[in-house]
Structure formats: structure tokens, C-alpha cells
Write a protein that binds this ligand. Structure first.
Ligand code: PNW
Length: 465
């Protein structure tokens, strides 16, 4: 199975998950510092320390990327490193880290793909209301401007927000993620302001294009998933429509059609009147994108039931309030093999996501920005990491990507999640997604079998067999 020449092969991380050094060089606090340090929120009480010490070890990590033959590296920029209070004073020492990182990547021939927001909101902005407050979207645009001025001469491809669904609904409705609030109406406002922040930031990034003459490309990263009815019962089909509304269409509508779907507004009317949508917001949100990123892990099967959503299924430990307005909807295991984190493995879910997105956002190039599988530690007696399950997961999902391309979806690249084992949010360090193993006690890196397999695929541009 060959991929076209020019297809981008990369790997991803995010700042809070790999950098560690949460108090170095004047970094301010983020909602994930506060949340993870609060007992009961993260498995084993894990926090952003030690992460993978990527803040200091990035040269070694870039050498590993070269060994893996990666063409691009997706990382995120820690807002509280750059603007410790969320806005106002710029912390030059924090900014300098990303400057060094970008230069080192370019020296190594690896394209830097920064994401501006991967969930580490400055605590000061949460204290002022967080994403449910409209002002946060404007502060985010200010941050984008600072980053454009700092890196815009060298960075070609930018993504604004990572997974607004998780940031809004796991953070503000379910509470399994920071800031751990359980306020369904506020979560809907957060989702809107994350999209508004994206639109404002995208406009800022486009200004003063290309110090190097390189065209600047701007997009965002969504995590749409496939929701399938558990039976042909019309009630189950309705359950799918409603869950799909708050998971997928609440984003696809504003971003790609410039409007919230009517049925979503109707379904959610008991929760919110959407008064936070102001005149002029939707055109900002719906401004054309140069690319759209997709993160995909697992599909879901949905049934109508008054049992409520099973907590274990959806949100790694919350009360599954993430699906706002879907209290009479349940998620059902389909009996497929599951990863260490419990997520069912089904590459056809990715095929469905991609072909649907190609229809919802016609002509916009799609990049898989994250895809991968978690397992607990797999260091063998021979001191190596043999992870055949992860190889099978990646192989199956890459085949689905290729099939979606054959069906016409404009896929242009694939980034594995993750380059390194890292802080897996509510799971802490108990689950490992890396192509590269990290021994957190010594910070020793070891390329796993999956990393060597992926390197071969990236070099050949082709799947074996
Ligand atoms: C995404 N859920 O997070 C993030 O973008 C990554 O930072 C993360 O490490 C990766 O996927 C694996 O989890 C998610 O509970 C976290 O539905 C939780 C959920 C979905 C995505």
C-alpha cells in the first residue's frame, strides 16, 4: 500500500504532556497544574513533573526524530510559558524555548508544526472565568499574535486549538479534565469561545504573512468520531443523532457551514439559549481553513437508554457528563479488542470520520494530527520494548487512511500519537502512547518496535505486506 509522494509523515506531542519543568524560566501556572495537583483527579496523583523533560532534552528528541525519518513534528506551545498571567507581560525566557526548538528542528530538516492551544490555559485566565468567558477568546488571539511575531518567519503550518470537544466538554461539563468544572451550560459557551478564539487567532496568524516568503497555512485540530447505532431501533438512531450533535456537528456546523445545526440548538434548548453567540461571531469562526487536523482513537456505539452514559467508556474517569443533553443516551461496548486505556480498536471508524469530513469541508486538506494506542509499560526481559499491538493498531489505521484517500478524501499527512510516552491526562503516567519509551526515573529513551516499524513506513512511504 503506497502513499503519494509528498505525503507528510510526522509524530506529535503536546507541551504539558512532555515538557516537564513546570516552574522553569518564569513559566506561569496552568489549569492542568492546578487540576493535577488536586488529589483524586489524576491516577496515582501524577502531575506535569517530570513529563519527558523535553524542555531540556529536545536536542536528543530531535535526533530520535531524525532516526525515525520524520518529516514534521507537531508540538504545542505552553501559553503560560509565554504569557505567565495569560496576557500582558511576555516572558522572554519562555518564548526562547520555542525559538530554540524551531531552529533545531529546521536544522535537522524537520518541519515544525506548532499548535497554540493544547489545554494548558493560564490559571489566571481560568480565575477570570476560563473558556466560558468570552474574553478568553480575545486573550487567545493576543497570544497568537505574540507567537506569530516570534516564529512567523520560520513556521509555515500553524494549528490554533487542539480538540475543542475535549477542552470544552471534558473540562467544563464532565470534569474529568482541567479545570474540572461540571457546568453543562458553561461547557457550551466554552465550545463557542474555543471556536471564536480559533477564528480570531487564525486571522492574527494570517496578518503580515511570510517573512521567508513561505505561505503561512492555518488550521485547527478536531477530534470527530464515528457514532453508530447499537441496533436498527429508531430510538437508537435518534440517540446517535443527538450524541453526534454535541460531539461532531456542534463544531462542523459553525466551522464549515457558518451556523449551528437547528436540531442541536433545539435539543440543547433546555440547557442553554446560546445567547453567547454574538453578531459577527459565525463569519469569524467559518473563515476558510488551509487545513483541518483530525485526531482519532476510537468509534462508539450508541443506544437510547435511561441508564445514562457509562463513565468508564467515554471520559477516562468522569461522570460522563461530557455529552451534554444526552442523559437518556448510553454508550455500549461492541465487543472489539481494547487498548490499555480501554478504547475499542476499529480502523473503519477512522475511514468513516475522514470520508464524512471530506464531505463537510470540501476541498480542505486533511492531516491526521494524532492517532495511536495506549498500553501499560511493555519493557521486556531483554530491555527492549516489543509492542506488536501498537504496530497492528497503526498498520490498521494507516490502511483505513489510504482507503479513505482512494474514496476521495484529501489526506495529505499522518502524525502518530505520540513521539514519546508522556503524561496521559487523567491517566497520568500509567498509560503509554509513545513510539519511544521513556523511563521517567532516568529519562532514558528507547525506540520501541513500533517506532522502528513506523520509521520504515515513513521512509518507504508504503505499508509492508
Ligand atoms: C487526545 N476522551 O486526548 C489528546 O489530544 C492527546 O493529548 C491525548 O494524549 C490523546 O488524545 C490520547 O488520549 C483525549 O476521554 C483524551 O474521550 C481523552 C479523550 C479523548 C481525547
Amino acid at each position: 500500500m503506497r502513499f503519494p509522494a509528498g505525503f507528510v509523515w510526522g509524530a506529535s506531542t503536546s507541551a504539558f504532556q512532555v515538557e516537564g519543568n513546570t516552574t522553569a524560566d518564569g513559566r506561569g501556572r496552568s489549569i492542568w497544574d492546578t487540576f493535577s495537583e488536586t488529589p483524586g483527579n489524576v491516577v496515582d496523583g501524577d502531575t506535569g513533573e517530570p513529563g519527558g523533560d523535553h524542555y531540556n532534552r529536545y536536542p536528543e528528541d530531535i535526533a530520535i526524530m531524525r532516526e525515525l525519518g520524520l518529516g514534521a513534528y507537531r508540538f504545542s506551545i505552553a501559553w503560560p510559558r509565554v504569557l505567565p498571567e495569560g496576557g500582558g507581560r511576555v516572558n522572554q525566557a519562555g518564548l526562547d524555548f520555542y525559538d530554540r526548538l524551531v531552529d533545531a528542528l529546521l536544522d535537522a530538516g524537520i518541519d515544525p508544526w506548532p499548535t497554540l492551544y493544547h489545554w494548558d490555559l493560564p490559571q489566571a485566565l481560568e480565575d477570570a472565568g476560563g473558556w466560558p468567558a468570552r474574553d478568553t477568546a480575545y486573550r487567545f488571539a493576543d497570544f497568537a499574535e505574540v507567537m506569530r511575531d516570534a516564529l512567523g518567519d520560520r513556521v509555515g503550518t500553524w494549528t490554533t486549538v487542539n480538540e475543542p470537544w475535549c477542552a470544552a466538554f471534558l473540562g467544563y461539563a464532565d470534569g474529568a479534565h482541567a479545570p474540572g468544572r461540571r457546568e453543562p451550560a458553561a461547557a457550551l459557551a466554552a465550545a463557542h469561545h474555543l471556536m471564536l478564539g480559533h477564528g480570531l487567532a487564525a486571522a492574527a496568524l494570517r496578518e503580515g504573512q511570510g517573512g521567508t516568503g513561505q505561505a503561512r497555512r492555518v488550521g485547527l485540530v478536531l477530534n470527530p468520531t464515528t457514532l453508530r447505532p447499537n441496533s436498527t431501533d429508531p430510538a437508537d438512531i435518534t440517540a446517535v443523532r443527538r450524541a453526534d450533535g454535541v460531539r461532531n456537528r456542534i463544531f462542523h456546523g459553525p466551522l464549515f457551514q457558518g451556523a449551528y445545526p437547528h436540531d442541536v440548538l433545539d435539543d440543547l434548548a433546555p440547557v442553554s439559549d446560546f445567547a453567547f453567540v454574538k453578531d459577527g461571531d459565525l463569519p469569524i469562526i467559518a473563515a476558510p481553513l488551509d487545513l483541518v487536523g483530525v485526531n482519532f482513537y476510537t468509534p462508539h456505539w450508541v443506544a437510547a437508554s435511561d441508564r445514562g452514559i457509562d463513565p468508564a467508556d467515554i471520559a477516562s474517569g468522569g461522570d460522563s457528563g461530557a455529552y451534554v443533553g444526552c442523559e437518556d443516551v448510553t454508550f455500549v461496548w461492541h465487543g472489539l479488542p481494547r487498548t490499555g486505556i480501554g478504547w475499542e480498536v476499529d480502523p473503519s471508524g477512522l475511514y468513516d470520520v475522514l470520508t464524512r469530513l471530506a464531505g463537510d469541508a470540501p476541498g480542505v486538506p486533511i492531516y491526521i494530527i494524532e492517532n495511536g494506542a495506549a498500553y501499560p509499560d511493555q519493557v521486556g526481559d531483554d530491555d527492549a520494548v516489543h509492542d506488536p499491538d501498537r504496530v497492528a493498531y497503526l498498520d490498521g489505521h494507516l490502511r483505513a487512511v489510504r482507503e479513505a484517500m482512494k474514496a476521495g478524501a484529501p489526506l495529505a499527512g499522518y502524525f502518530a500519537w505520540s513521539l514519546l510516552d508522556n503524561f496521559e491526562w487523567a491517566w497520568g503516567y500509567s498509560q503509554r502512547f509513545g513510539l519511544v519509551h521513556v523511563d521517567y526515573a532516568t529519562q532514558r529513551r528507547r525506540i520501541k518496535d513500533s517506532g522502528r516499524w513506523y520509521a520504515q513506513v515513513a521512509r518507504a512511504g508504503e505499508l509492508p505486506g
